[in-house]
Design a binder for this molecule. Structure first.
Ligand code: GLY
Length: 368
């Protein structure tokens, strides 16, 4: 029998468990039933995930005596918009979803964010369960209750904090992911080591390759430690008034790179975060805050597993535009960008006290 790892997000009456391990896809109904007030579920997935896992999830609901309806969205970031939100809410209302209906988000970050937001606003809030199928969703987006959509003003600018009742992370689902997607999710795993888990970073240096190639025990451990790290930060600061912003390590720079590449497949989110973390550490080292060796150590590990650590030299990078994208990032407060810098691996901190000139100089060097 498989032993699942369990992590709890401690948020008083809104606390919930995250179960991590292989085969959970067949136990969704069994784990959901005890936290449901009714016997109906509405499953939301996309056309990439549906052929792989929808039947198994629906069979698990049948087995648990939970009646169900489902909808299949088109895959891809373009689905996280107002039009698809409206269509999803319509489908839920047509299906007569009630307060007691459990909404199930089966998929990656797009499905989780959109479905979670629909659950947050349908009848002023219905319960939902996250069944994340990508590494990025298992270690980050399915945990912590951030839900939302993109608008033409930017990514994730409309949304709500709405915590799931349960997260079921089936690590066997990661075997169906292309290697590039696994690597992109792995950048966020490394992020937790860099924020405040130096022993985990050292473990990743030894075992990261195993996590990426698909060793089940290594993956389960990496997802569990990542979720525990995130759960601790979310429990301390659910609505990002302070320390939760540490989870944005590498994201301010990464977001600028994504914006500059038009949020295209040229640079996946996780790849941008990997480069963004290197930038954050290089800036920290330039400012004399972190040892140069720690920045180099991070770069060595990311490069060793196959993540990008530098900019594509075939493209001309405009430093002014990158700085402009950072200033447009939603992590700006009173006109100042909040940076996540580090005193070393596992010693990240927040600061709004970074001179633009220092950022520019680092970027100019980086783009050479
Ligand atoms: N993905 C960052 C957060 O959940 O706060």
């Amino acid at each position: 029998m498989t032993v699942f790892q369990q992590v709890t997000v401690q948020l008083a009456e809104r606390s919930y468990p995250i179960l991590i391990g292989p085969g959970l896809m067949d136990q969704v109904g069994a784990h959901m039933a005890p936290v449901m007030t009714g016997k109906r579920a509405f499953v939301v997935t996309d056309d990439s995930v549906a052929p792989l896992y929808l039947d198994r999830v629906l069979a698990s609901l049948d087995k648990a005596g939970i009646s169900h309806l489902h909808t299949i969205l088109p895959h891809g970031e373009g689905t996280k918009d107002f039009a698809h939100l409206e269509a999803l809410l319509d489908a839920m209302l047509e299906a007569r979803c009630e307060r007691s209906t459990m909404v199930v988000a089966l998929g990656g970050g797009v499905v989780g964010d959109l479905t979670g937001f629909a659950a947050a606003i349908l009848q002023r809030g219905v319960d939902f369960v996250q069944v994340p199928t990508t590494l990025l969703a298992q270690v980050d987006s399915s945990v912590g209750g951030k839900t939302g959509i993109n608008t033409h003003h930017g990514k994730n600018l409309v949304g709500a904090f709405h915590q799931p009742r349960l997260v079921l992370a089936d690590t066997a689902a990661l075997t169906s992911l292309p290697r590039r997607q696994v690597l992109a999710g792995y950048a966020d795993v490394v992020k937790y080591g860099c924020i405040d888990e130096p022993e985990f970073f050292a473990w990743l240096e030894e075992n990261g390759a195993q996590v990426i190639v698909g060793d089940e025990a290594a993956r389960r451990h990496a997802v569990a430690v990542s979720c525990r790290a995130k759960a601790r930060i979310v429990a301390a600061d659910e609505r990002e008034g302070g320390v939760r912003a540490l989870l944005n390590l590498g994201h301010t720079f990464g977001h600028a790179l994504e914006a500059e590449t038009g949020f295209s497949g040229e640079l996946l989110h996780g790849e941008a975060v990997a480069i963004g973390m290197v930038m954050a550490f290089r800036l920290s080292a330039r400012l004399g805050l972190a040892p140069v060796e720690d920045a180099a150590r991070l770069e060595r590990h990311l490069a060793k597993v196959g993540l990008p650590t530098g900019l594509n030299k075939n493209r001309a990078w405009d430093v002014d535009r990158l700085v402009h994208h950072m200033a447009g990032d939603k992590k700006v407060k009173n006109g100042k960008v909040t940076f996540v810098l580090a005193k070393g691996i596992g010693q990240s901190f927040l600061t709004r006290d970074v001179q633009e000139e220092a950022v520019r100089e680092m970027l100019v060097d980086f783009a050479k």
